[in-house]
Write a protein that binds this ligand. Structure first.
Ligand code: F0G
Length: 454
């Protein structure tokens, strides 16, 4: 490249974190000996470890993001009036501009939106089909007497989050389907994205069969980004978001993900009669429809976060961070099941092949990552879903705008050290566990001691 007659060498430049840091939160460094004690006290369940005893917390990307200066400023503008607060109208305006869905209600988080939807749509004895129902969505559907069926595509291409259209067609033909729930991105299959074509075709077929089309939109921006980078010429990011929401009759949203807030959610519907029923249910269980279980300041932060999340440099950095971590782990020999925008999924079943699913290879790896480097990750396998599909995964979820590249380098280095001893990681057994949602509170123990990590 020539500039005023001089040549300039072009080097590949890193994608940087597109923010600088104004407020910091100290990380307390711990030793392996201390972590052994913490893990023992927590009965090898990372949900029972105190956050201050964690060095890098990759348990979830939900509600763990860092708010911007503008979001904090918006917090001060929060209107805490019981009814008709200006914060609600700002929230409503942003939501409508984003989705073109006319009736939008705030809820305290995603699962509250799901519960209210399931309480207002008659579901008893009916079927709900999906590309992948998140656990709370499935639990709400089943609690209202319906059956949830996941029909993800089998081949994991670029849009491995898609629904299997043939299987959907066959299920719709058998009748009794009340709802189609499309989850973007598809968290239950490794956070893979869903294509616009798949959303449209699935919605058209479901609607023709008389089913309501619901979008679980918590990672809508990350899904839109994956569509955008796959075909950057076609549509702008905002057009893609519009097109995604155009496929649905109803959306539920946990704003704790792409809303980049610590708490909040939304429920949006096009149908006025349904909106009326939702208002009643909202008043009964969440709050008046202009605050829906949140403070006015939360609505302000959400409105601002939903705008910021569509900054292309933010979404590019977010994906780059996940890709960077995934390639570093792969270089250390870890089999990567999927790389989402929000997480990297290690195939612990394949990596710890000396352990059968009932020996909980995922949980063994989760404990090893904690012992070696104070990293908190989450098992998605036999512990979380007993007798599930056999996949034994460990999810390293990335909170939004929280960790820098050197934090990720640290995670990669810990991953590298654990890889060296992965063949000797012990089988785990469950000492005590409740019948349902056992992974949150189960007590576990290794059958043999963990290797020394220092
Ligand atoms: N839908 C999806 C796809 C989710 O991933 C989640 C939450 C929810 C709905 C529920 O939203 O937590 O605000 O009530 N997922 C978190 C996770 C907990 O770690 O993946 P919520």
């Amino acid at each position: 490249m020539a500039v005023e007659g001089r040549s300039v060498r072009v080097v590949a430049r890193p994608i940087i974190e597109p923010f600088r840091i104004k407020v910091v939160e100290p990380i307390r460094m711990t030793t392996t000996v201390e972590r052994h004690a913490y893990l023992n006290a927590a009965h090898c369940n990372l949900f029972a470890v105190r956050a201050e005893d964690v060095i890098i917390d990759l348990l979830t990307d939900s509600g763990t993001g860092a708010m911007s200066a503008e979001q904090w400023a918006a917090i001060m503008r929060g209107d805490e009036s019981y009814a008709g607060a200006s914060s609600f109208f700002r929230f409503e305006e942003v939501m409508r501009a984003l989705t073109n869905v006319p009736f939008v209600f705030p809820t305290h988080q995603g699962r509250a939106a799901e519960r209210i939807l399931c309480a207002t749509v008659p579901l008893r004895g009916r079927i709900v089909v999906s590309n992948g129902l998140f656990d709370t969505t499935r639990a709400n559907i089943e609690a209202s007497g319906a059956t949830g069926i996941d029909l993800p595509v089998r081949d994991a291409g670029v849009f491995g989050g898609n629904i299997d259209l043939d299987a959907l067609g066959a299920r719709l033909a058998r009748g009794n389907v009340a709802m189609l729930v499309m989850t973007v991105t598809n968290n239950t299959v490794g956070g893979r994205p869903v294509s616009l074509e798949n959303l449209r075709e699935a919605a058209t077929r479901a609607r023709a069969a008389g089913a309501m089309v619901v979008l679980d939109a918590c990672r809508f921006a990350e899904n839109a980004w994956r569509i955008h980078v796959n075909d950057p010429e076609r549509l702008t990011l905002r057009e893609i978001v519009h097109a995604m929401f155009a496929t649905c009759d109803v959306f539920t949203m946990s704003a704790k993900k792409d809303g980049i807030v610590n708490v909040g959610g939304a429920l949006g519907v096009r149908d006025e009669t349904l909106a009326e029923q939702i208002r009643v249910e909202l008043v009964r269980t969440e709050g008046f429809p202009t605050y829906g279980g949140l403070a006015g300041r939360d609505l302000e932060a959400m409105a601002r976060g939903l705008e910021e999340v569509l900054d292309p440099s933010y979404l590019a950095y977010r994906q780059a961070a996940a890709d960077y971590l995934a390639s570093a782990l792969a270089r250390s020999g870890w089999p990567i099941f999927a790389t989402a925008s929000h997480a990297v999924y290690i195939d612990a079943g394949a990596a710890l092949e000396h352990l059968a699913p009932r020996e909980l290879p995922g949980q063994s790896l989760v404990c090893a990552l904690y012992l070696s480097g104070g990293i908190r990750a989450c098992e998605i396998g036999e512990l979380m879903f007993p007798g599930g599909d056999g996949k034994q995964l460990v999810r390293l979820a990335l909170p939004r705008r929280v960790y820098t590249q050197s934090h990720i380098d640290y995670v990669a280095a810990v991953g590298h050290d654990v890889a060296k001893v992965r063949a000797s990681l012990p089988a785990m057994r469950i000492v005590r566990a409740p019948e349902k949602l056992r992974h949150f509170t189960a007590e576990l123990a290794p059958l043999t001691p963990f290797p020394d990590f220092e």
